[in-house]
Design a protein around this ligand. Sequence first.
Ligand code: SF4
Length: 465
Amino acid sequence: MSKNLFIKTFGCQMNEHDTEKIAGVLSSLGYSRTDSPDMADMIILNTCSVRDKAEHKCYSDLGRLEELKKKNPGLLIGVGGCVAQQEGKRIVEKAPYVDLVFGTDNIGDIPGLLEKRNWKSKDRVSTERRRRKSLMNREEITSLPIMRDHPLKALVNIVDGCDKFCTFCVVPHTRGREKSREPEDILKEIKGLASSGYKEVTLLGQNVDSYGKDLQKDVDLSGLLYRINKITGIERIRFVTSHPADFSDKLIEAMASLPKVCEHLHLPLQSGSDSVLERMNRNYTYSEYTDKINKLREAIPDIAVTTDIITGFPGESDEDFSRTLTALEEIRYDGVFTFRYSRRPYTPARQYDGQIPLEVSKERLNKVIELQNSITIAKNQECIGREFEILIEGESKKDKKRLTGRTRGNKIVHIPNENGISIGDKLRVRIKSATLASLIGEIVYRENPPLPVAMLRSNGNPAPF
Ligand code: SF4
């Protein structure tokens, strides 16, 4: 009989993809996903430790799961992801009702952990780092079965870990050093996705722009994009996350010339102040960053650009912070992910002088959100009356009378749920109204086959994002 599996995912798209792998590994043991923790035979928390809030959330969720386990003693509880990697056996010491703990390299160990979970607490934990050891281990990890969440869009990991060592970030500790996948392995996976009907791939990595540097081969992200662009059936290619120090002219050229590469770039700025950027060990200045954005916008005028901003980094003065606000006004991002700095274990910034009081970093965060919201809504309103290509992703979560799609620039568009339109259809829509979070459109026509890229990239209507 099939058993029910509930997975709660915290954090980034890399974790979302790991969740698909966890579900894939457990499906071979007879588990199917459920949306209800109360119906579950096993609950996995796939955790994030990038910010203290996410880590605290993991422990508070574990407290609630203990209550659930008291009512249902057969319930299995697992913890994976970055908190599991960071905390290891401390999790079973703090929460002895947890049955298994597995690190970011150890999803493939889940069946073995389940077999021996009645043993001593150390036998319930697997956080050994593997991927550096041998090519065989890399293949073992990249060949894990995957139960994908979406029938149309797929996440494809190309590089895991990070060598950048930003002073605020715990990722190099929890995910380890950069480990790129072999290009042939990636292409094989994407060809398989295309033949199963997937139309969009998002290439994932903590720093996708440094893809291939550890492979001792002549491969990089732009070369990979050229090869993926040739795969029949794949219509849209995205990649995330880029690093400004590694984002190259060669990559801009590839983005501008490859029709399937979407007109969207997520390029984390973090701060508009050079002195903060230096203490963050980001390896670029604000003017070097804006030079790259200017080149990008020159090559692809309608590109959508999003970023990450941290407020309250140690030593951030009022003047430093005002430079961040100026950066937002100058660059006019389409969207910004905002974070309040939080001290993370194993990171140099944790020890820095000048830690900013919580209320100051919160107040700065609110100012960033307020300013960016006004920019985002203005940019969304600029879309009114223009036409866009959208790929239908499914029913609107809030209103079943609407379908939801995305532009190539990653903006969400809702349209009326009319007969004959289904997931995976590509449409041209005209935008009628805009809110902070999304656009409302009407169908202009169903676009099959897609418009030639030269037309998509013209400066007038139709616009590409
Ligand atoms: S680039 Fe910096 S912020 Fe991003 S994962 Fe690497 S260390 Fe963390």
